[in-house]
Design a protein around this ligand. Structure first.
Ligand code: KG4
Ligand code: ZN
Length: 332
């Protein structure tokens, strides 16, 4: 491996400590993800202070493992890309400080990366999938948004949630049903055994490209309060059906408004088999290419941060290393 062909990515914006080594063409040489899910399970969501402390323990071991797994030495790296936001401020600070220290020790530039741009690039990991113009549906624990990309460098936000993200709604409904954290995978599995029989609201379905999920969450709470003996699988199936109706209808509307070659679905909820299936049908009917990241890179990881960092290298961006809890997808 010759010098300068690789970027080390570091991700610690929420509850996963991750490090990865990625080449400019998207080839992933290593990807290490240390999950903290078991630490947060008892709280039914991420406990920020616990998350920061766990990042302190795991950041360096994760980097060491990523370098070892890739079979490289630090001198083979061109730069370090680290998530600087959006996310939990304490967690971000740990990642950025770790990257700064390593950059100084190894004589490497450190680039501050927007986590949302990382998710965007996850669909091109290990294989180029996205063709432009592209419509992006980003569905994670922290965000639910639609963006249009005229080309790989031009991003316009065209819709976003007014309140909760869809991932947050999954997590809160899972908590109401006593299913633990994170809620997405367990709700999906349970939903497969139930029926959509409760006619839950589809918030803002007929209305533009913005989303709202807090009303749906409240509707589930009221439903459970009205009858504590309801079949949990039917509640999960009704909830998932409502989410999917909203997500697919908004994508369809956005694809009419912003004609695109690909629909790119990224973020933790893109791991949902149900969402993958309905999106596949939608794209088939509209003759649009569906681009999805491999399952393991739908949820938070550092490979996507490293690939995004290559964009920053080309654009001469990433000098701002200040951790920030808020950052738009349109910003670097
Ligand atoms: O992208 P991500 O790992 O972290 C953020 O940037 O927020 O997304 C985490 C979210 C959680 O809300 C989790 O419940 C959801 O993604 N999630 C899923 C699935 N796997 C994770 N939601 C639905 N179905 C899944 N299989
Ligand atoms: Zn994320």
């Amino acid at each position: 491996m010759s010098t300068g062909e690789l970027i080390l990515g570091i991700e610690s914006s929420c509850d996963d400590t991750a490090a990865a080594v990625v080449a400019e063409d998207g080839t992933v040489l290593s990807s290490v993800i240390v999950s903290q899910a078991s630490l947060h399970d008892r709280y039914g969501g991420v406990y920020p202070e616990v998350a920061s402390r766990a990042h302190v323990d795991k950041a360096i071991p994760a980097v060491r493992m990523a370098i070892e797994d890739a079979g490289i030495r630090p001198k083979d790296l061109r730069a370090i890309g680290v998530t600087r936001g959006p996310g939990l401020i304490g967690s971000l600070m740990v990642g950025v400080d770790t990257a700064r220290g390593l950059g100084q020790g190894w004589g490497l530039p450190v680039l501050g990366i927007n986590h949302l741009r990382g998710h965007l690039r996850s669909a091109d990991l290990n294989e180029r999938r996205v063709s432009y113009p592209a419509l992006i549906l980003l569905v994670s624990g922290g965000h639910t948004l639609l963006a249009h990309m005229r080309d790989q460098d031009t991003i316009s936000l065209v819709g976003s949630t007014r309140d909760d993200s869809v991932g947050e709604a999954y997590d809160k409904v899972a908590r109401m049903l006593g299913l633990g954290y994170p809620g997405g995978p367990v709700i999906d599995r349970l939903a497969l055994q139930g029926q959509d029989r409760f006619g839950l609201p589809r918030p803002m379905l007929g209305d533009g490209l913005n989303f709202s999920f807090s009303g749906l969450k409240t509707a589930v709470r009221r439903l459970l309060e009205s009858d504590p003996n309801l079949e949990a699988a039917d509640v999960a199936a009704s909830f998932v059906a409502a989410c999917l109706d909203v997500l697919t209808q908004k994508c369809e509307r956005a694809l009419v408004e912003y004609p695109s070659e690909s629909l790119v679905i990224v973020g933790g909820v893109a791991a949902s088999p149900q969402l993958r299936e309905v999106a596949g049908k939608l794209c088939e009917s509209l003759d649009v290419k569906l681009c999805l990241p491999p399952l393991k890179w739908s949820t938070d990881n550092a490979a996507m941060i490293a690939l995004a960092a290559w964009d920053y290298v080309r654009a001469g961006q990433g000098t701002d290393l200040a951790p920030t809890s808020r950052l738009s997808i349109e910003q670097y």
